[in-house]
Design a protein around this ligand. Structure first.
Ligand SMILES: C[S@@+](CC[C@H](N)C(=O)[O-])C[C@H]1O[C@@H](n2cnc3c(N)ncnc32)[C@H](O)[C@@H]1O
Length: 237
């Protein structure tokens, strides 16, 4: 029987490239199951567990696995976050395509993920700065950070494990932890600066006295990111 061959969009492809060969992968919030099925189809991993909080996406993942001939190497779990998982079941846990706060809530409910034995690949769609601070406050440390451009937008991907050594400043939370060498870093700084500018403009327009302090904080952050960008420019010219 002919099996379907998957092609991944750049965001999922970057995640796939960051999975170490031979790892057992848990894909939390798998939706169509494209990432684990692609990894299996390309012989990069031996086994995967795909989970989702909703039945319909998990059904889609089952269908993708069947169409690609990978059902016998996958398990499917209907559960919230990591509720249906035991420590040590997977070498790599991927939580991608969700908001930074949702990713933090999933990890908060599974404190064993901060023990240091499991690698986490996290890809927040929003609130990356919130998630960076949350992770380092809660005892996780960054072993890598990457950027990927997909459908007009730049997404950071965090490689994280348990065992925190450093607390982050506000500036690091916005600018990224290990992105300095990334070819898309300048673009990421611009994206973050433009988000800060929108926020500052909104607060300024509100005319609210109590926002003055926050505006000052965000302006300082904006200036710090602009200085980083300037430095990048100096190095490249
Ligand atoms: C936008 S899709 C992302 C799919 C895929 N991970 C990706 O990066 O393309 C988000 C998926 O996460 C699931 N989801 C949302 N909150 C979840 C939670 N707390 N636990 C497990 N799955 C969740 C949704 O049902 C949905 O299928």
């Amino acid at each position: 029987m002919e099996h379907r061959e998957l092609t991944l969009q750049p965001r999922l492809r970057m995640l796939a490239d960051l999975v170490p060969p031979g790892a057992v992968v848990a894909d939390v919030g798998t939706d169509h199951g494209y990432l684990p099925v692609w990894l299996l189809q390309h012989g990069k991993i031996p086994r995967a567990i795909a989970s989702d909080i909703n039945a319909k996406p998990l059904e889609h993942a089952r269908r993708t696995a069947a169409e690609c001939g990978m059902s016998n190497r996958m398990e499917f779990r209907l559960c919230a976050g990591l509720d249906g998982f035991c420590p040590g079941e997977a070498d790599v846990i991927v939580i991608a395509g969700m908001g930074g706060e949702t990713i933090a809530a999933i990890l908060e409910a599974a404190p064993w993920t901060a023990s240091g034995n499991t690698a986490l690949l996290l890809q927040p769609m929003t609130k990356a700065e919130y998630l960076r601070i949350w992770l380092t406050d809660k005892g996780y440390s960054f072993t890598g950070e990457h950027l990927v451009f997909d459908k007009d937008f730049l997404y950071p991907i965090f490689i994280v494990t348990g065992g925190n050594t450093v607390k982050l400043t506000d500036e690091e939370a916005y600018a990224g932890v290990m992105l300095e060498g990334d070819p898309l870093y300048g673009m990421y700084l611009s994206q973050q600066m433009s988000r800060l500018r929108t926020r500052i403009d909104g607060l300024t327009r509100s005319g609210n006295e109590s926002a003055i302090e926050e505006i000052r904080r965000l302006e300082t952050l904006y200036g710090a990111l602009a200085a980083r960008k300037e430095k990048l420019h100096d190095h490249s010219s």
